[in-house]
Design a protein around this ligand. Sequence first.
Ligand code: GLA
Length: 729
Amino acid sequence: MPILYDSEACIFRLDAGKFSYAFCVDEHGALIHLYCGAHISDTALSYLKFPLWLSSFSPNPPGGETQPFTLDSALQEYPQNGTGDYRLAAIAIRGENGSTATSLRYRSHTIRKGKYTLPGMPAVYAADNEAETLDILMEDPLTGAEVHLLYGILEEYSAITRAAVIRNAGSAPFWIEKAASACVDFNRMDFDLVHLYGQWAQERQICRTPLSHEIRSIASKRGSSSHNHNPFAALAGKYTDETHGEAYGFSLIYSGNFAIETECDAYNSTRLVMGINPIDFEWKLAPGESFATPEAVMAFSDEGLGGMSRTFHHLYRRHLCRGEWKEKIRPILVNNWEATYFDFDEEKLCAIARDAADLGIEMLVMDDGWFGKRNDDRCSLGDWVVNEQKLKGGLASLVERINQMGLKFGIWFEPEMISPDSDLFRSHPDWVLCAPGREPSIARTQYVLDMTRSEVRDYLFDAISAILSSANIAYVKWDFNRNLTEAASAALPPERRKETFHRYVLGLYSLLERLTSAYPHILFEGCSGGGGRFDPAMLYYSPQIWTSDDTDAIERCRIQYGTSMVYPPSSISAHVSASPNHQTGRDTSFETRGNVAMAGAFGYELDLTKLTSEEKALVRKQVAQYHAYAPLVQDGDFYRLLSPFENENGCAWMSVSADQNEALVTFIVPRTRVNFTSYLRLAGLDPVKKYRVGENGPVLSGDTLMNAGLNLSQKWKDGDSLLLHLVAE
Ligand code: GLA
């Protein structure tokens, strides 16, 4: 039983894989946290309660004067604002009386088979026999707020999912000012905080710093999860590395404004609170209404950050990604963006497709510029009608020609946007997301559509459906190229305008749900100026995401390495582009560009008609390699071996098949040096199996490869790389 309840001691113990988690209901009805970490066997854990000191500056709850009890130092499951705990709160509800003092007490709980769902929102899913749910009901008699704390366990995975559903069971409305998805209190603070920061074309850079006595926040206020911070953080033990030590990963399944906050207090305890960013958020809940938070996923590993990542990879690939494509090997595509930018017509596309077919590439993706009168980024977003001057004969005939060459066809959309110079804007200027009375800020000559409005979503559904039904379309790239501003929907009454950011995201999810259900055969790829919305929620709708607009193989080492902290290789779209690279101007060999892209959902992003015959031969080789290695890369266990954030001269990772009979090692030398030495110790192999290293290489046992490693000390040039396939004999 993954969820145990000791009714005498009122203790809950949750066991998920190698992860145990425990808390209790105390005599005041507060939910007191007891344990979070490696698997333990006991349930009688009350002795772990954090010592509670009496101090007039840490007040006792009403009626508690005689007992040494204060919420201010207690470790808690879901701390409330304004009633004696001065640390970060998980929830703050403003009642009709104007006060945000919130006080929840345990009322009941249920343990049931199956995993809870969150209507309208992405969440981990599982068959009823694979999962269990714990549902704890807390209540605040004054406001009538009922809070369901939900815990989901898929026994195989060292991870626990969490969410809170708040219901107004009272007779007057109240306002939710903050509602976290999860809070975890630790009775220690000897952790490093690991998180992923970045910018456009430089997403998910790894940052690791020790916690100290302060409040920290990793957050987005941009209306999307953003290039700048990813909805992920890990707490890692001081000596935790990729393969050893404990790591606690926290990932939020959400695409909007989020905050992951940590606070270390004077008692050296650590609180982590994660959920919707409370800044610019408020939600009015009328009697009878419910509000659900997004889902948080906590993963525990005692095999370092690598173990934590592998738990996220498998969980997200199998229980978050959906649809026909989730476990299928993705087609090798060629995207025309960096090949032509806006300057293309049907003949140019067909010329690329002809070469693609000849080289074994499986799909042509037509990127931005096929609709309205769009020849640059200054017009036509919203006018999802084929530009027949550019694509003479229309879309159906183009797709037919491409299909006849043996290729699938994919297409680009940026549905959430509207250009001021568009027919859509001329007929519906009011559909622009903007605070009443303000001028909308403009970015890339575009405004954002008000996705909170059902008429906007209906228009988009119809316009996109008309295109998708008009031709044999196999793939959609869903882009989003700016962030939100003046986000206060005119369609909402003033007292609900702070709901806009969240309603925008719910609107986006509802449109994505409709389209992905209506077109189940289409492979959707998420995108936001590269990886500006690379988050678990988008994986629920699109099993792969364009990782970055930076296609430089050397820059991609860091970007893909950082992305792999949470996201499975099958979700990481990676393309071979031209050299010199369009973003950095760097020259990198064709082999290295292929080797780096081979670690994800593979494709090309260049003009194939301009390749030399040697390069074409290399494309053929890469296509064959992808067919041979993709199952291993997309569903294997991923190990980061050598961090480009810690080494200027080397970066390495590997994938190992579930049966440990096969592995693929990637080694890149971003910058060489004289007398270059490198001994690369592998991971994840079976110590007693013998592996042939490369086609004609030596045969070495797993323990030798993992402990002594490979000797890669040789003369490398800047940007050289190596792809080594290991097969057990
Ligand atoms: C974004 C995407 C690119 C490309 C352009 C088109 O930047 O990340 O891949 O689709 O938009 O405008």
